[in-house]
Design a protein around this ligand. Structure first.
Ligand code: CA
Length: 243
């Protein structure tokens, strides 16, 4: 059983989500505004939540602010964001703030349940870590290149200077690129393997993740040496570039 926090101010929607998530065997709490959500999620004495379904449009503090504040507090609970349909800029804003996945409203309930299940499963996968088949890149929970170490168990990227906390999907994307290192990985393959082929996922979301990952792993993000764009196809991860 997982503990899920639903952050939604529309009463009928919040009720419907609670009912259906409980029917799936989850334990559910509802917060009707952003302040309450941050409070519930930052209270260390309580049982932590395993995932959050977070509406963007909330009274007071909006969903973007909530997820940004969580990440600033180093709370990396998986967040599924509910965005308004027809606003792709919200999707990018959500990912930039630290959301793990998104679903445009109005959504179909089975799709929401599948997405949430996907996040919960991936979280377990990363936490319980990594038998060799799950991490073919290294056989271990960590992978090192060019003075950087990615720790998939802790969702951390360590360099000489600092430690960067990765979100679940950042770690998943890195894991997929590393597993296929030195090969071209198409956006389609990334959609299928990292996001679980969401029929309405905008591929620009991937590009946005890549821009973020470059800031973490490249010495000069404007001239990437490790995470290369393959024009018209996708990306290639090169741990040891030959000059
Ligand atoms: Ca709302």
């Amino acid at each position: 059983m997982s503990r899920v926090l639903v952050v939604e101010d529309e009463t009928h929607l919040a009720k419907g989500l609670r009912f259906n998530l409980e029917a799936e065997g989850h334990s559910v709490e509802v917060a009707r505004d952003g302040e309450t959500a941050v409070q519930l999620l930052s209270n260390g004495s309580r049982t932590p939540f395993d995932a959050v379904v977070l509406d963007v449009m909330l009274p007071g503090k909006d969903g973007f602010t909530v997820v940004r504040e969580l990440r600033e507090m180093r709370n990396f609970v998986p967040v599924l964001m509910l965005t308004a349909r027809g606003r792709p800029e919200d999707v990018l804003k959500g990912f930039a703030a630290g959301a793990d996945d998104y679903l445009p409203k109005p959504f179909e309930l089975p799709i929401l349940l599948a997405r949430l299940q996907g996040l919960l499963r991936r979280r377990e996968w990363l936490i319980q870590s990594a038998t060799p088949e799950q991490a073919p890149a290294s056989g271990y929970e960590t992978f090192s290149f060019d003075g950087r170490t990615i720790d998939f168990g802790k969702l951390e990227l360590r360099t000489d200077e600092n430690t960067i906390q990765l979100t679940l999907m950042e770690a998943e994307l890195l894991r997929h690129l590393i597993a296929n290192r030195d090969k071209v990985v198409s956006r389609k393959s990334i959609l299928e393997n990292v996001w679980g082929l969401h029929e309405d996922t905008d591929t620009r979301a991937i590009d946005n993740f890549v821009v973020r990952l470059r800031k973490y792993i490249e010495r000069n993000p404007a001239k990437p040496q490790h995470l290369l764009t393959v024009r018209g196809v996708g990306y290639r991860f090169v741990p040891e570039p030959v000059d």
